[in-house]
Design a protein. Structure first.
Length: 660
């Protein structure tokens, strides 16, 4: 849409938001408002006008919003994205001849000059606008044009009337307009930004020791998962598991006769990525699980791991999709000195890459047909960027409501590129950010521009692969601290199911960030009735997240000063400040910590002369604070964190004070 006419005089610079000069879309969820700013200017002193144009990608016609001047050549306008799928937007600017004429007319009027010719010039512009208008606008403009031609004091009043300015803006002439390059918005469902994930190994869901869990067992757990407030239930791979080079308990290279193997070693005689482990159940039973979960307000998220066991049908039917060793065997996965003989990675440099891509897409298509709309993708950073851009683009063109989570613990540039290519959410470095400075710096990076325009952090305190040292030695208070941080720092977070609920912190060996008796290699039935779990706290936190709208985004995240490095404090709010929250966490799981916390009351629109109430949503306790600086103390194990709703003092007409 950019003008190539040499008579175009307007320059448009710095349109925001945009990602990498518009190469990738910004991300929003349905119902969001996109606020666009730009700098537009021209030579000389003519007045300018600007408009924000937007449309759904599938639409032909553009909708338009006039942009408001910000001063210093800046302009701003907003539009709302009401449907899932891609949108496009751009900025148009032009010389506003009528506004220039009106401005000059006012100056000439002050100089007491004859305005006859000027009024005739204006009349011609108004007549031209009447020709572009229809109905009552056309009639009114024609009438005003006649009054301008008549001259005199009445003509001047008409010329400077706000009504004429509004009509002329509505039917403006836009000669030689400049249009900025188009930009795009990827609009996802709300769960792409705000979600709470619970990871559960179906084979461990049985309540009978020694029995392999089934989808029916998972259905029996749905009520508990829903009661804790989770809306995504993530299942590791549910496919047949290879037997060749199967790993034993604690990642032993030799498996015993009853060892079930790693679910990520996908494929056996029973089938591959489109098949289900026979001990879990049937495809019909899986579809029933998906439907039952939706009845509980839960979406099933499936693990997608594009790799194979040596027994996968692909290894026999399509050896050309794998890298061959000089001895004629397929190259297994390695991360020296570690060897993963039970896993074959695909060779994305194969001459048959197109057939490989098509087959992998068919895997996603298959599970989408079974009702799955959320996929957690294993190790996407070990596959080509071009593949993900194509695959996600193809899937979302047909199913724009599908959400992809990247399990990408990798370098920042790689992490961010995957997000730009279409992953709505991503794992990140949160498990290893433990100190106040580390958390503040990292979350600030993720929630400020440019990252906030495209990157959706999903905060996990631990995973089946990662048991951070902090959780190994901090006991229950450490799990509480990391839970509160994950649930309140980010709008999306997840926990590794019963292991986290029960504060399981035993490592495989000193210095290792792996679980002893890892569920990746053995079936671990869990006692869900065990006392002392975090289930009650988890449920309360998820309810707090739902009921306080400030927790649904990260746009307003701000860290507050507190004079103790073992205490971290941060707040969030909605744009209208109707929901304001404050979180304080003791990062020390062993000792009481205290300090003075400072709040920017003026920015928070809290009257400095009045007390305000802090309602602890975890305990229901209420505190009256005065002024910007107040004392906080947190003592583990009984009190590891505060999650406050901030309530202002309000006086009724009967002089009765309450806090809202």
């Amino acid at each position: 849409m950019s003008s190539t006419d040499g008579r175009s005089r307007v320059v448009i610079d710095g349109v925001t938001p945009r990602v990498d000069a518009g190469e990738y879309p910004i991300k929003r969820i349905v119902g969001d408002t996109v606020t666009v700013e730009a700098v537009a200017y021209a030579d000389g002193h003519d007045a300018l006008a600007s408009a924000l144009l937007y449309r759904r990608d599938a639409d032909v016609e553009w909708s338009e919003v006039p942009m408001e001047p910000l001063g210093n050549d800046g302009w701003r306008a907003s539009f709302r994205v009401d449907e899932i799928g891609p949108y496009r937007y751009t900025v148009m600017a032009w010389i506003d001849r009528f506004a220039t004429w009106s401005h000059d007319l006012k100056k000439r009027l002050g100089a007491e000059r004859d305005l006859g010719i000027d009024l005739l010039i204006g009349a011609a512009m108004v007549e031209a606008a009447a020709g572009r208008a229809t109905g009552s606008d056309a009639a009114r403009l024609s009438s005003m044009a006649a009054l301008l031609r008549a001259g005199g004091a009445g003509a001047v009043r008409v010329a400077l009337a706000p009504e004429l300015a509004e009509l002329m803006s509505r039917h403006a002439e836009r000669p030689f307009a400049t249009v900025a390059p188009e930009l795009s918005v990827a609009v996802d469902p709300e769960r792409a930004r705000f979600s709470a994930w619970y990871e559960l190994f179906p084979r461990s869901a049985s309540t009978e020791p020694g029995r392999h869990g089934t989808f029916q067992d998972v259905e029996e757990r749905l009520a508990d998962v829903a009661a804790m407030g989770f809306d995504v239930l993530y299942l590791p791979p549910i496919h047949p598991i290879g037997r060749t080079f199967r790993k034993g308990r604690n990642n032993s290279p030799v498996a015993g006769p009853d060892d079930p193997g790693s679910p990520w070693a996908i494929g056996a005689a029973e089938g591959g990525h489109k098949s289900i482990h026979p001990q879990l159940g049937t495809l019909e039973e899986f579809r029933h699980l998906v439907a039952r979960a939706q009845d509980h307000g839960i979406e099933i998220a499936l693990d997608i791991a594009f790799q194979c066991s040596p027994d996968h049908p692909y290894a026999k039917e399509h050896p050309e999709w794998f890298r061959m060793r000089p001895d004629g065997t397929i190259q297994y996965a390695e991360n020296p000195p570690k060897k993963y003989q039970d896993i074959y990675p695909f060779d994305f440099e194969t001459d048959h890459w197109r057939e490989l891509w098509d087959e992998l897409k068919s895997v996603l298509d298959f599970w989408i047909d079974q009702g799955v709309r959320i996929f957690r993708v294993d190790n996407p950073h070990t596959k080509p960027f071009g593949f993900w851009e194509w695959l996600i683009g193809q899937v979302k063109a047909a199913h724009p409501d599908v959400i992809f989570l990247a399990e990408a613990f990798t370098r920042p540039n790689v992490l961010f590129r995957l997000a730009k290519l279409g992953f709505a959410q991503s794992y990140n470095y949160f498990p290893w950010r433990n100190s106040k400075d580390e958390l503040t710096e990292y979350l600030t990076e993720l929630t400020q521009a440019p990252a906030r325009e495209f990157f959706g952090p999903n905060l996990w305190p631990s995973t089946p692969d990662i048991l951070p040292e902090y959780l190994q030695f901090g006991g229950r208070p450490a799990f509480v601290a990391r839970l509160v941080l994950a649930a309140t720092l980010g709008p999306s977070y997840g926990i590794y199911g019963p292991a986290f609920e029960q504060c399981l912190g035993a490592p495989l060996a000193p210095g290792k960030e792996e679980y002893l008796h890892s569920e990746k290699y053995e079936i671990r039935p869990w006692d869900t009735d065990r006392s002392g779990t975090l289930a009650g706290l988890i449920g309360r936190l998820n309810r707090i997240r739902r009921e306080n709208l400030a927790f649904r985004t990260n746009d307003s995240l701000r860290f507050h000063r507190i004079d103790n490095d073992q205490l971290i404090a941060y707040g969030k709010s909605t744009p209208d400040l109707a929901s304001q929250v404050l979180v304080v966490v003791n990062l020390d799981p062993h000792h009481a910590q205290a300090g003075f916390l400072e709040l920017p009351l003026e920015e928070m629109k809290i009257d400095l002369r009045q007390p305000y109430q802090l309602h602890d949503l975890l305990t229901d306790a209420r505190y009256l604070w005065y002024g910007p600086r107040n004392y906080v103390e947190l003592r583990p194990p009984d009190r590891q964190a505060h999650v406050f709703a901030i309530r202002r003092r309000v006086r009724t007409e009967h002089d009765f004070d309450y806090y809202l």
